[in-house]
Design a protein around this ligand. Structure first.
Ligand code: NAD
Ligand code: UGA
Length: 461
């Protein structure tokens, strides 16, 4: 069968897999191939047990897989055949050398670019799907176009804005699609080809084009602004706890101002996920490298506030539980960084579990989808830890429950039954403010919400 376009995505992760599955489902006229260096990941994409949990993903994959969507480890053959290549490999924070702990580690990207040069026999459009530092396209274009075969590679930036847990809905109905290019005739021609792909289902007015540097920078800034809102409301949660104001009421009130808007104002134990911290630290690093100290400090404080929020959550637990949790069983309800995903990258639950472990608590982790990842995350850093899927079992004999992830199941549990099986006094620390605090208090729990007055039966805490 002949296809109107042959599209390749290098990197079959949380972005590459779902994004390409949606393009393939929406555009049966295109052949979409997704490759990865990890054969286990590709095998999972070709099976009924997909490598990531994402609501609605399996239906989309099933619709297109084998028809015009293919997952493969034959990277070279796929590069050779493709006209348009999205690169969606990981871009973690650099852990070594210059910029360690802040700069983006671009080794996976550069390796991919060099391989594209080696294998290609004709001109191609190369699209940055990964989140990259501003002006990366310049370096990539230099590497790609330094070939002696006379092949031209046009580098575009098409950053992804999907959020995990809602990836399919976000891809089906994006607020915007951003495509940045050089403003040369070749750049604009290449950009039009990518616009054409998305125009199969995204209204034209939501497909935004820009210069390539603005596209790269807009992605980092979008994440920084989202994270900044969470740190802002989390900073206010601490003040609320001192003043008997209620952060949910403050959040609701300020969010009704249409200039502020209501989203991303939910106070929490801290933001997690693979990108917010990494992307802000990258922004900070870029600002410092241009000598913009005040700008860098400003954005760095967003991450510092998040670290503070995680630390103070555990400090509050300690204080409430008579300044010691040593030997006490503490059940963490949820380990994923947010609901509806099994992803635990940078989950605040990791820090909370590690801190409780250092205090010699017996930590019990419960989560409907993230226990495999939790086992890996905590393998070398917490000794006294159990992994129990059933929340009732996890809470049996516990002194305290701490809600880490806002999974719906935690809202629906029979807390009377849970209370009956717990040690006394029983504590609940609601790191997501999702439970019915008054009802829990009436059952006998000492309830510590975030940014709201605690409901305590004990006079001493
Ligand atoms: P991921 O770690 O889930 O997936 C990356 C994949 O790339 C891995 O499967 C890895 O094996 C593969 N890979 C690495 N080097 C390779 C190579 N040389 N050849 C072939 N495959 C290679 O990462 P992710 O969460 O999908 O993120 C990818 C990029 O997208 C990052 O830059 C991230 O910042 C950005 N992003 C992520 C999200 C998200 O929700 N996770 C959202 C928007 C943007
Ligand atoms: C985020 C962005 O929302 C996406 O637009 C972006 O594409 C993606 O990062 C990325 O670049 O990786 P994601 O991390 O999947 O998506 O999930 P979010 O819904 O943004 O949540 C991030 C963290 O913030 C979670 O831990 C969540 O619980 C927390 N959060 C979110 C709050 O604490 N309060 C809120 O009001 C919203």
């Amino acid at each position: 069968m002949s296809f109107a376009k042959k599209i390749l995505c290098i990197g079959a992760g949380y972005v590459g897999g779902p994004t390409m599955a949606v393009i393939a489902a929406k555009c049966p006229q295109y052949k979409v191939t997704v490759v990865d260096v990890n054969p286990a990941r590709i095998a999972a994409w070709n099976s009924d047990a997909l490598p990531i949990y994402e609501p609605g993903l399996f239906d989309v994959v099933k619709q297109a897989r084998g028809r015009n969507l293919f997952f493969s480890t034959d990277i070279d053959a796929a590069i050779d055949e493709a006209e348009i290549i999205f690169v969606s490999v990981n871009t973690p924070t650099k852990s070594f050398g210059e910029g360690a702990g802040k700069a983006a580690d671009l080794q996976y990207w550069e390796r991919t670019a060099r391989n594209i040069v080696k294998v290609s026999k004709g001109d191609k459009i190369i699209i940055e799907k990964s989140t990259l530092p501003v002006r990366t396209a310049e370096a990539m274009s230099s590497i790609l176009n330094a070939n002696e075969k006379g092949i031209h590679f046009e580098v575009l930036s098409n950053p992804e804005f999907l959020a995990e847990g809602t990836a399919i809905a976000d891809l089906n109905n994006p607020d915007r699609v951003l495509i940045g290019s050089q403003l040369t005739p070749e750049g604009i021609k290449a950009r039009e080809q990518v616009v054409e792909i998305y125009a199969n289902w995204v209204p034209r007015e939501r497909i935004v084009t820009s210069n390539v540097w603005s596209a790269e920078l807009s992605k980092l800034v979008a994440n920084a602004f989202l994270a900044q809102r969470i740190s802002s409301i989390n900073s206010i949660s601490e003040l609320c706890e001192k003043t008997e104001a209620d952060v949910t009421e403050v959040s609701r009130t300020i969010g009704m101002d249409s200039r502020i808007g209501s989203r991303f104002l939910v106070s929490s134990v801290g933001f997690g996920g693979s990108c917010f911290k990494k992307d802000i630290l990258n922004l900070v690093y870029i600002c410092r490298s241009y000598g913009l100290t005040e700008v860098a400090d400003y954005w760095e404080s967003v991450v510092e506030m998040n670290e503070h929020q995680k630390r103070r959550f555990v400090k509050n637990m300690l204080k409430a539980m008579f300044n010691t949790v040593a030997g006490k069983r503490i059940a963490l309800f949820g380990f994923a960084f947010k609901a509806d995903t099994g992803d635990t990258r940078e989950s605040p639950a990791i820090d909370v579990a590690v801190q409780l472990g250092k205090e010699q608590a017996k930590v019990v982790i419960s989560d409907p989808k993230a226990l495999d990842n939790a086992r890996i995350d905590l393998a070398d850093c917490v000794d006294n830890v159990e992994f129990v899927k059933d929340p009732y079992e996890a809470a049996k004999g516990a002194h305290a429950i701490a809600v880490m992830t806002e999974w719906n199941i935690y809202k629906e549990l029979d807390y009377g039954k849970i209370y009956a099986g717990m040690e006394r006094p029983a504590f609940i620390f609601d790191g997501r403010n999702v439970l019915n605090h008054k009802a829990l208090f009436e059952m006998g729990f000492n309830v510590f919400p975030l940014g709201q007055p605690a409901l305590k039966h004990l006079k001493t805490v």
